[in-house]
Design a protein around this ligand. Sequence first.
Ligand code: GLU
Length: 446
Amino acid sequence: MTVVRFAPSPTGRLHVGNARTALVTWLHGRKRAGTCILRFDDTDTNRSSEAYVDAIRDDLAWLGLDWDQEQRQSARVDRYADTIERLKSSGRIYPCYESEEELALKRASLLSRGLPPLYDRAALSLSASERQAFEAEGRSPHWRFRLEPTPIAWTDLVRGPISFSGADLSDPVVIREDGSPLYHICSVIDDIDMGVTDVVRGEDHVSNTATHIQMFEALDAPIPRFAHLALLSAADGQGLSKRGGSMSLGDLRDDEGIEPAALRSLLARIGTSDPVEPVEDIDALVATFDFARFGRATARFDIAELLRINARIVHGMSFERARDGLIAAGLPEADEAFWAAVRPNISRIKEAGEWWAIAKEPIEPVIEDEEFAHAAAELLPPEPWTAQTWAQWTGAIKEATGRKGKSLFMPLRMALTGRQHGPELAELLVLIGRDRTLDRLSGRRA
Ligand code: GLU
C-alpha cells in the first residue's frame, strides 16, 4: 500500500513550484491507489499562519487535489518529545552551545580556506563541566543529530542512484534553543508514524534526505522511497521564489485567469519526456503518470506556455464547466449559445466579458459606406432568428449589391461589432438581435 504526503510550510501562498510537488505527489499516490496525506509543517510558529493554512487548502482544492488525511505538525509536539528524549539519552542527539555568530565565523573561516562549511562537531567533545559552564553563562543549547561517517545510498525514483557519505555532511540541527523541534526530525517521525512509503519533494531536499535516512535507521524504521523533483526555473532564468509571490497560484487564478486544468496539464508534464498538451480530465493525468518520464534537468516554467494551454482548455470547455467562471466574470446571464460563439476567440473565461459587452451592451458601430449599410438593413430577415439567418441575410445582400468575400463581410462586422476580428458572425448575429442590428447598421450607438 502506497502512502504519500505533501508537506507545505504555511508560511506563504503556494507558488507554482509547490503546486507541482503537490500535483506530482498526488498523481503518484492516486496512480498506485494509495493514501494521500496533506501535512502542514507548521512547527515554526513565528512564520506559520492560519490564514496561509486556509489559503493552501483552497489552492489545492482549486487545483482539483483531494486528500485522504490532513495532519498538523503543531498538533504532534508531544509525540516528537518522546522520540527526541530517546535519541538524547542514546547520545544520537547532542547539545551545542555555539551562537549564530560563532557558527557564522566558523563557516567563513572554512570557506576562506576553500573547505566545505561543515560543522566541526566541537560540541561533541565538550566535557560535562564545559557544558555546565555554558549553562551557567545562561546559554541554552540547540541540539544536533549525530551522523555516522558511513556511506548513505538510495535509488531515487527521479534521479536514480544517489550516494553520500555521512562524513561529508553537517550534523543537522534538530532542536532549537527554545527546545522546539525542527523540520528534519519532525518530518522523519511523521513519515514513520504515518506509514509514508514514498516521499516526493524538491531536489533542494536531496542532502536532507541523506541525513533523514540515518534518522530512520536510528529509529529502527523502514526507509521510504524518495523522489526528488528537479527544480523549476522561470523562463526568464529567475528561480521561482516563494515570497516573490508573482507566481503564486492565487495570482495565476485571479489575475491571469488560468484554469486549474491548464495548470495541471503543464505541471504534470514539464520536466518530463512527454509533450505538454491540454488534459481537462484529472483522471487522464493519473492514468499516464510515471516517474520514469521525469528528467533530472531543471524544468522551465513559462507563463506564455501556460496561457497557450489555457486557451486550448477554454476552446474545448463545455458550457457546464465554464458556467461558474462566467458567473465569476460577472456574466450570470451568459447562456450556452453565447459560450459556443465566443469560446474559440478567448484564451481565458473572463475575456468573454468583452464579447458579452459587444453582443448585449451599447457599442459605437463603424460605418464606412452608409449606402451599403442601409441596403443591408433593408434585407435583414424578420425574427425569430436561427444559426441560418446569417447565411440567408448575406446571400440576399450579395445578390442585391454584387459584393462578396471580404468587401461584403468586413463592413458588416465593423457595423455590428465595431471591430475587425471576433467570433463567427453567424452566431454573434443571433445574440445581438434584430433591433440592435438595425440601430448599429444605421450608425447609432446601440
Ligand atoms: N515543509 C517542507 C518544505 O516545504 C517539506 C519538505 C518535505 O516534503 O519533506 O520544503
